[in-house]
Design a protein around this ligand. Structure first.
Ligand SMILES: NC(=O)c1ccc[n+]([C@@H]2O[C@H](COP(=O)([O-])OP(=O)(O)OC[C@H]3O[C@@H](n4cnc5c(N)ncnc54)[C@H](O)[C@@H]3O)[C@@H](O)[C@H]2O)c1
Length: 253
């Protein structure tokens, strides 16, 4: 059920964090993985790890902020699986966010994801099969001060993917999201450098710790494979129980 032999997986964001771990895991289950990123040098490192474990793949330069670049980069790609991760966050109170910062976050997180989905899903529909996985976040459910625009995009991609799932399901294409909790990656490095903040996030979830990127990969392989053949339009929370508990107070019982 989980075997991906003979499948082509495109991982956009494969140069770092959750995308890198997903690319390595998809290759371990047999997929030929196209490792795409704006930082293609980092994809070389991902591909080296794929080769080390006996897998196969290639690298691809892509800039999701540029529609013409996305179209050109993906024109010849016939993917059975798409995993798309790139997003940025500007942590500031809404009253301090500039129009430029708003545009920058929306441009990558929403518009860039839309461009990749549109291009890759079209080929999947034409071939009558495919599985798409996009990164939402616990911030699509719950927020904290400073997350207004980022959280909006993490909620926004959910509805974009649910609508796409409704549109392409009868063409054999499934679309799902994962909602990670606190994962140690480049994106969250500023938090790791602040012990109070880091420990607060560790203690906020049921498992009492942060996740490693590789701990997201099981859900990604599941959603990519035939093991999830009846799963579409879903959001898989891989959050250590963050959204299950309110975490404000531990009563003495
Ligand atoms: N790390 C977490 O704790 C966490 C929690 C919840 C959700 N997420 C979500 O998971 C996803 C991945 O996060 P991560 O922590 O792995 O991030 P990351 O910063 O480690 O990796 C993101 C990758 O995207 C690439 N990228 C950036 N801009 C790009 C562009 N214009 N075109 C193509 N590639 C580009 C970067 O070069 C990088 O390799 C994001 O959508 C994020 O919102 C992360």
């Amino acid at each position: 059920m989980f075997d991906l032999t003979g499948r082509t997986a495109l991982v956009v964001g494969a140069g770092s964090g959750i995308g890198q771990a997903s690319a390595i895991a998809l290759a371990a289950f047999g997929a030929n993985v196209i490792c795409a990123d704006v930082n293609v040098a980092n994809c070389d490192l991902t591909l080296a790890q794929i080769h080390e474990q006996g897998g196969s793949g290639s690298t691809l330069a892509i800039d999701m902020r540029d529609g013409a670049n996305v179209k050109a980069a993906l024109a010849d790609i016939a993917a059975d699986i798409l995993m798309c991760t790139p997003s940025i966050n500007v942590r500031k109170p809404l009253l301090q966010i500039s129009e430029e910062e708003f545009d920058r976050v929306i441009n990558l997180n929403m518009r860039g994801t839309f461009l990749v989905l549109k291009t890759i899903a079209a080929g999947m529909v034409a071939r009558g099969r495919g599985s798409i996985i996009v990164c939402s976040s616990i911030r699509g459910d719950v927020v904290e001060p400073g997350q207004s625009i980022y959280a909006s995009t993490k909620s926004g991609v959910r509805q974009m993917c649910r609508a796409l799932a409704a549109e392409v399901g009868r063409k054999g294409v499934r679309v799902n999201l994962i909602a990670p909790g606190a994962v140690e990656t480049a994106l969250t490095a500023p938090i790791k450098n602040d012990p109070t903040w880091y420990n607060a996030y560790a203690n906020r979830n049921a498992l009492g710790r942060w996740a490693q990127p590789s701990e997201m990969a099981g859900a990604v392989v599941f959603l990519a494979s035939d093991a999830s053949s009846y799963v579409t339009g879903s959001v898989y929370h891989v959050d250590g129980g963050w959204t299950a508990i309110d975490g404000r107070f531990e009563p003495k019982i």
